[in-house]
Design a protein around this ligand. Structure first.
Ligand SMILES: *Cc1c(COP(=O)(O)O)cnc(C)c1O
Length: 346
């Protein structure tokens, strides 16, 4: 029995389902460093096909996908144009500075989404005083923005602006499949605007380990060298890659349930006095809200929820809270979360 039967802390807390565990246990394996693991190879082919890119590489984490992509695309001193609350800015332990040694030019946004004008305004002139603008990163869905989906039109606009100045584009698709399922736009139609893309297996897809980075053959060839250098090359990794194969077959369409659960949670939260929801309906599986109006300090709020077996997560600002829906929530989980939240603020 988990400590938090209703754990909305993140979609990363899911445990592999019994069917996933069985599939993992039976996986064919080989030496992944020698490209001899058939299950890893299959997963990579599936993600290349899904994203419409030539090749893909299985990596231990999404963080490593970002680090490797930044490192392949940038020379030290280059500048990455990226939204100010994106994952690499806050949550990768300073990795961009340490590994790719590229700087980051931070953009303001509307819930994580920016436009071509912001990119053009951030571009550096070709002058030795300035860093070289090199890469534009997009996070879709945008986590800190509240699971926001990037409209395809926006992606195209940012792509056109970036390309017309010779910049490359990278997609942090930790939750790309949430965007795909919620919008009905195919992954390959989104991914075609990027030089590199990746999906996380450990978010909504419910796997225990791993992420897959895709791009051109040449990009993936270079990415593999950094995978080795950063210590990310594995051996009989088919055991964990099998979870990804299973998830791509069985856990994608069901993301729609997580999105419905998020909307239900948001509708319930709107009825609770003192709680304010961030702009708009949740677009995917993330609900952002603020408890300042309840007068309950956040630490107390979380402690009270814990007594009901409910967990949520803190956001960057001190009264802000995030809830994330996923496949491990019990059927009555949203009702239980709402009654616990109601009790915690009264
Ligand atoms: C989780 C996440 C990452 C990092 O992925 P890990 O697999 O946890 O290393 C990167 N970007 C976004 C948007 C994420 O949500």
């Amino acid at each position: 029995m988990p400590d938090f039967p209703v754990d909305l802390y993140s979609d990363t807390i899911t445990r592999p389902t019994p069917a996933m565990r069985r599939f993992m246990a039976e996986a064919e394996v080989g030496d992944e460093q020698k490209a001899e693991d058939p299950t890893v190879n299959l997963l990579q082919e599936m993600v290349a096909e899904l994203t419409g890119h030539q090749a893909a590489v299985f990596l231990p984490s999404g963080t490593m996908c970002n680090l490797i992509a930044h490192t392949v695309h940038c020379r030290p001193g280059d500048e990455i144009i990226i939204e100010k609350d994106s994952h690499p800015v806050h949550f990768e332990g300073g990795g961009p500075a340490a590994h790719s040694r590229a700087g980051m030019r931070l953009l303001d946004s509307d819930r994580g989404v920016f436009g071509a004008a912001a990119v053009l305004a951030a571009l550096r002139p070709d002058d030795p005083h300035f860093p070289r603008s090199r890469l534009v990163c997009i996070e879709n869905t945008h986590n800190m923005g509240g699971g926001t989906i990037w409209p395809l039109e926006r992606i195209r606009e940012v792509h056109d602006a970036a390309r017309s100045h010779g910049l490359l584009l990278h997609l942090d698709g930790a939750r790309l499949m949430n965007a795909v399922i919620a919008s009905g736009v195919q992954a390959r139609d989104i991914c075609r605007y990027f030089d590199s893309v990746w999906i996380d297996l450990t978010k909504g897809l419910g796997c225990p380990v791993g992420a897959v980075l895709a791009g051109s053959k040449e990009f993936i060839h270079q990415a593999r060298r950094y995978k080795q250098m950063f210590g990310g090359a594995m051996r009989q990794a088919g055991i964990i890659a099998a979870a990804g194969v299973h998830a791509l077959r069985h856990h994608v369409d069901r993301l729609t349930d997580d999105h419905a659960a998020a909307r239900k949670l948001a509708a319930g939260l709107r009825e609770i006095r003192g709680i304010t929801l961030d702009a708009g309906e949740p677009q995917t599986n993330i609900v952002m809200f603020d408890i300042a109006g309840t007068g309950v300090p956040r630490a107390d709020f979380f402690a009270r929820l814990a007594t009901h077996g409910v967990r949520l997560s803190p956001r960057l600002s001190p009264t802000a809270v995030r809830a994330v829906t996923h496949l491990d929530i019990p059927p009555d989980g949203i009702d239980r979360a709402l009654s616990a939240i109601r009790a915690a603020v009264t």
